[in-house]
Design a protein around this ligand. Structure first.
Ligand code: ADP
Ligand code: MG
Length: 480
């Protein structure tokens, strides 16, 4: 990106609330049901029916508000957002407008260099999802409407325009996903659409205070796409400005296949929606007891856990933030250390080998074929010098495919490290004898040749020789 410019980014995140029934009706919210089997007269917008607010959604929004240290409004109001679209049979969406349930929060994001930054969260409001138009029937003449999603409860989380890079936007999404998962408000699965993000992007010359004209990008179904779309969009806007043009305020669509954003429509303003308070719903009033009960039930949050990990296990801020991205990951780590193992070694095995293998297969830590107990045993086997770090990687691979305990694998395959010094000395002596030229090179000060000798011993012992011992013996024999 042109270094004279900076980006300004604000994110709107929609999270589907983990509850059994819809926001204003008793229809189930299960994913993947036959079209229109989970829509009753309320979801279909029949006349003469009345919405009844799902109290579990309200409690979820309170928890989320507490999770971002926000103000919980004791009174909030549901409004009608009016627009015409086939997937919206009522002709309006019930949302919250001028009085949302949550305002003025903060999300602390963790960046790759280990630093952190606070991003303002303007508001969180409760709203219902719309249905879905289905177009691909082959005949081009018909579109169908599936109302299973109509009325599914969402919370929309709106950030301040506080982010300045795509990395910060990615970090925001990661932390938001961690929080909704920790407090069990949403499964946070972007690919399946239970968490969605619209990114608002503008650019301005560095040093300029006023905000540039923004575009809002829709259809971002992964954190990677959020970041890619922002980068593309900022560069597009800079190119327009640099060519003497003006950025037009638009709603744009991200095309992941082409890696570009394209215009969808010019951006609507709030007044286009003719918002007004929904006369069918009373203002939502929250009692102090209800908020206190939610506070008491709050679990440890990612930031608190991160701080605890830094203190308790003397981890770096970066390691601690990676481990606390999910509760399952954090629990795995604590079970792995088990109050006795070296935390840094455990972090390395987890974040490099285990996360690497999980990512490669697209698996979640829940599905890890290697339990924390087994991985811990492997760390112990290296620690007590039963196996070398190199052999441990082979053992790890075997654990991954067979699910066997590392001890069993080491025994079955005869992988125990050779620490018998007389045996290693014998091998080393034979090697020196057989390679007088290389031995001379080392004696005359060429240290690099030592690696060649170690490599030969490893080859001879199928990688089982204890590398420290081999090094010592070699040095002793060649440069006494
Ligand atoms: P709307 O509801 O019409 O999309 P809002 O004013 O609620 O508009 O803003 C939506 C999002 O856009 C917020 O996350 C906000 O931080 C962000 N935003 C507002 N102005 C800008 C701007 N100039 N550049 C980037 N983001 C912006
Ligand atoms: Mg918007």
């Amino acid at each position: 990106m042109d270094p004279r410019y900076e980006m300004v980014i604000g994110l709107e995140v929609h999270a589907q609330v983990n509850v059994k029934s819809k926001l204003f009706s008793a229809s189930p919210t299960d994913f993947g049901a036959e079209p229109n089997t989970q829509a009753n007269e309320i979801d279909m917008g029949m006349p003469g029916v009345l919405p009844v607010l799902n109290r579990d959604v309200v409690d979820a929004a309170i928890k989320l508000g507490l999770g971002i240290k926000a103000r919980i409004n004791r009174t909030s109001v549901f409004s009608r957002k009016n627009y015409f679209y086939p997937d919206l049979p009522k002709g309006y969406q019930i949302s919250q407008f001028d009085l949302p349930i949550v305002e003025h929060g903060t999300l602390t994001i963790d960046l790759d260099d280990g630093s952190s930054r606070d991003i303002g969260v303007t508001r969180i409001h409760i709203e219902e999802d719309a249905g879905k138009s289905v177009h691909d029937f082959g005949d081009e003449k018909h579109s169908h409407v599936d109302l299973n999603r109509a009325g599914v409860p969402l919370v929309e989380i709106v950030s301040e325009p506080d982010m300045r890079t795509a990395e910060e936007a990615g970090a925001y999404m990661k932390k938001m996903r961690a929080i909704v998962r920790f407090i069990d408000v949403c499964d946070g699965n972007m690919e399946q659409g239970s968490m969605r993000c619209d990114a608002n992007v503008s650019v301005r010359l560095k040093g300029v205070e006023t905000l540039g004209t923004r575009c809002e990008i829709k259809n971002l179904n992964s954190i990677r796409n959020v970041m890619r779309a922002i980068d593309f969009e900022a560069n597009r806007q800079i190119a327009i400005i640099e060519h003497g043009g003006e950025v037009e305020q638009q709603t744009r669509l991200w095309d992941a296949a082409k890696s570009e954003t394209r215009a969808m429509r010019s951006k609507e303003d709030a007044h286009d929606y003719r918002y007004f308070p929904d006369p069918d719903l009373l203002p939502l009033k929250l009692t102090e007891e209800r908020i206190e009960a939610a506070k008491a039930a709050m679990p440890e949050l990612p930031d608190e856990m991160k701080e605890r990990f830094i203190k308790e296990y003397t981890l770096s801020a970066y390691d601690a933030s990676v481990l606390t991205l999910s509760r399952a990951g954090a629990h795995y780590f604590e079970a792995l250390v088990d109050g006795k193992r070296d935390a840094k070694k455990c972090v390395n095995w987890m974040t490099v080998e285990l996360f690497g293998a999980l990512n490669k297969e697209g698996l979640d830590i829940h599905d890890s074929p290697i339990s924390p107990d087994h991985l811990g045993e492997l760390v112990d086997l290296i620690e007590d010098a039963t196996i070398s770090g190199k052999i441990a990687k082979t053992v790890f691979e075997e654990m991954w495919t067979s699910g066997k305990a590392p001890k069993t694998i080491v025994e079955e395959k005869g992988l125990v490290q050779i620490t018998d010094s007389s045996m290693l000395e014998g091998i080393v002596d034979k090697l020196i004898e057989g390679n007088p030229e290389n031995s001379e090179l080392f004696r005359s000060g060429n240290d690099r040749i030592l690696g060649w000798f170690v490599g030969q011993v490893m080859k001879e012992t199928q990688g089982k020789a204890n590398p420290q011992m081999v090094n010592e013996i070699l040095r002793g024999r060649l440069r006494p």
